[in-house]
Each structure stands twice: as structure tokens, then as C-alpha cells.
Design a protein around this ligand. Sequence first.
Ligand code: FES
Ligand code: FES
Length: 156
Amino acid sequence: MKDSVSFRLNGKPVQLDVDPERSLLWVLRTDLGLTGTKFGCGESLCGACTVVVGKEAVRTCLLPVKAVRGKDVTTIEGLEKNGKLHPLQDAFADTGGLQCGFCTPGMIMNAYALLLKNPKPSRPQIIAGMEDNLCRCAAHHRIVQAIEKAAAGGAS
Ligand code: FES
Ligand code: FES
């Protein structure tokens, strides 16, 4: 049964008439057309579907949309400001922190949450914070370099 669900998405209020049990991933991708957030495993295992809720990295594939009622949701589309990429996005591009790019939005959103909490993480802290996000292209080394580069430039 549908119900009204309201939250803030990339800084703007959103109100939906939706099945509250529908996953946030499909609300974002299908209902709202924000396809930057990716469907990988669908089982909360890979991290491709990560967004930031408040300051926390959250996987959306199994998260019912009702769980973000009244909260602030940031997706990869919300990082660009005034036509300028976020420093993390620039750093991923500069260091080649991607290959196919499928894991990249989830990686960047996980890194964004990591830097919100710890703006100057050590390499071991970056690795520990990112190790549950999977990259089938094995770009992990360059992903860590990208996060170090963004953190050095004050990305948070
Ligand atoms: S698609 Fe959500 S964790 Fe893999
Ligand atoms: S760049 Fe291809 S899955 Fe990570």
C-alpha cells in the first residue's frame, strides 16, 4: 500500500507517494531517475548502491525508502556544486581510480562519508574504511590513492 514519504535529496525536499517498503535504490534509480547509484549484488554485499544518509554511508539495495523519512540523502549526483566536480570526483579521475566505473559512485560516496568523519585519514584507515566496497576491476590501489589525494586537498 502506498504512503507519503518525505526526505531531503541532494539538498532539496522530496515527497513521494510510494510503497514505503520499496528499496531506496529503485526509488532513486527508477522513480526519480537518478541512475548514478548502481545496482550490483542486490544483497547488501558489494557497495555499488551506496549513498550517504546524514553522515553515514548506507547501502540502498535492501533499504526500504521509509527508513530515510525526514533524513538528508546525498547521492553521487549531489556532490557536484555549481558545475564543479567534488574534489573526490576530480581525484578519482586524476589518479585513474576506476576502470569500468561501475563501482565508482558507491566508492566515492563511501569515501565521502569516510572523509566527513575523518578528513585526514591514514592509508590504513582508508583501506579499512573502503575494504567492504568491492571492485571487480581491481582498481583498489588507485582508489586508495584517489582518496589520499582528495584528503590532502581538503576534500571534506
Ligand atoms: S547492490 Fe547494494 S550492496 Fe551490492
Ligand atoms: S572499476 Fe570496474 S568494478 Fe570497479
